[in-house]
Design a protein around this ligand. Structure first.
Ligand code: NAD
Length: 336
């Protein structure tokens, strides 16, 4: 016999949108509710992929401070409910995914979700799971995890990602996961609805540590590639021949091969399209700052990091360049 229960003990709550009911049948699986906070450049296409791969009986509750984003999303995707706030969203969701810009946004959102420390447990099929995909520093992430765990309001994992907006749209992101081992299977299943690969790096904060180490290397490789290419061009070498040679030799790296900073060398690279799109200077500089600060807090000396920071700081201060792809460092050096 089909039993119809009210949504998590509430006949009518502040959630906007169609009223959906939990239907527990003896043969069908239980309805699951997902909450998604942060519908920006990454979050919007991730939430779209999530919604389109969930079963139609599952619910997706969304929230963003930008109402245009939530309105556009709920018009575009059937089966979506807009929450009044993040507490409302957390109260009603079993799995909550956050994709926010900076540590302060993540801290504020979690503070609002967790206080008072009495998130309902009734009506939740599984222990509440928070998956934070934002790129923030490991210490802030640890503090947020502690706030979740010490109040016994759920479990928290860090799962920053790589692949950019293109990867988010295509559902081909790679996630770097920091989580207690017993959560890996459950988290993996959810992240694979938005990505193509989940790399488990160890306990909570390890995903972020891996992500920041990778982006630290990327920030340096990008500058080194721009300098090496500039050297060759100024010595009179053909940049395409030089890049081909480097990519068949030991200098090969992602900026030299895929995202070459010299216009015309990689046709699909932002450099060949006025440095538009790609990974912005501001975001690169943010990750570099997070990486060098986290390393410093752990007593790790980064010798090249401060030099690279200076370069990106200079470029970020130029209005015309701050939102261009980070390979624009080549153009900046050329103009000096
Ligand atoms: P974004 O600025 O485009 O989007 C962030 C969204 O969060 C916005 O829609 C904003 O309105 C919303 N927001 C801010 N404060 C909020 C709050 N208190 N409550 C609810 N919503 C709030 O940023 P993005 O490019 O989507 O990046 C998100 C995260 O992913 C960042 O940590 C970034 O470093 C990381 N990341 C970005 C890329 C990329 O290529 N853009 C790639 C990998 C990782």
């Amino acid at each position: 016999m089909m039993v119809v229960l009210p949504i998590f003990q509430r006949e009518a709550g502040p959630l906007k949108g169609p009223v959906l009911r939990r239907c527990f049948g003896s043969t069908s699986r239980r309805q699951t509710t997902y909450g998604f906070v942060g519908l920006g450049r990454m979050g919007y296409p991730m939430a779209k992929n999530l919604r389109s791969k969930l079963s139609s009986s599952d619910r997706l509750i969304i929230y963003d401070t930008n109402q245009d984003a939530t309105t556009r999303f709920s018009n575009e995707m059937q089966g979506t409910v807009v929450a009044d706030g993040v507490r409302d969203l957390a109260e009603n969701s079993e799995t909550i995914i956050t994709v926010l810009p900076e540590p302060s946004h993540v801290q504020n959102v979690f503070q609002s979700m967790l206080k008072p420390p009495s998130l309902l447990k009734e009506g939740i099929n599984k222990e509440r799971l928070f998956i934070d995909c934002s790129t923030i520093d490991p210490r802030s992430s640890h503090d947020v995890a502690n706030a979740v765990h010490s109040t016994e309001q759920g479990r928290f994992v860090d799962a920053p990602m790589s692949g950019g907006v293109v990867g988010a749209e295509a559902g081909k992101l790679t996630f770097m996961l920091g989580a207690h081992k017993d959560l890996v299977g459950r988290v993996n299943e959810i992240l694979m609805l938005m990505g193509k690969r989940v790399v488990y790096l160890g306990p909570q904060t390890c995903g972020l540590k891996g992500k920041l180490a990778n982006n630290y290397l990327l920030a340096l490789n990008n500058i080194a590639t721009a300098e090496a290419m500039q050297m060759g061009v100024k010595w009179g070498l053909d940049p395409t021949v030089l890049a081909d040679m480097i990519n068949a030799s030991t200098g090969r790296c992602w900026p030299s091969e895929v995202n070459n900073p010299v216009p015309g060398v990689s046709i699909s690279a932002p450099a060949s399209n006025g440095y538009v799109g790609g990974f912005g200077v501001k975001l690169m500089n943010k990750d570099l700052r997070l990486a060098t600060q986290a390393a410093k807090e752990a007593g790790i000396e980064t010798r090249l990091g401060p030099h690279a920071r200076k370069v990106y700081d200079e470029i970020e201060a130029i209005e015309d360049l701050e939102n261009k792809d980070f390979s624009v460092v080549y153009k900046y050096f050329d103009s000096q």
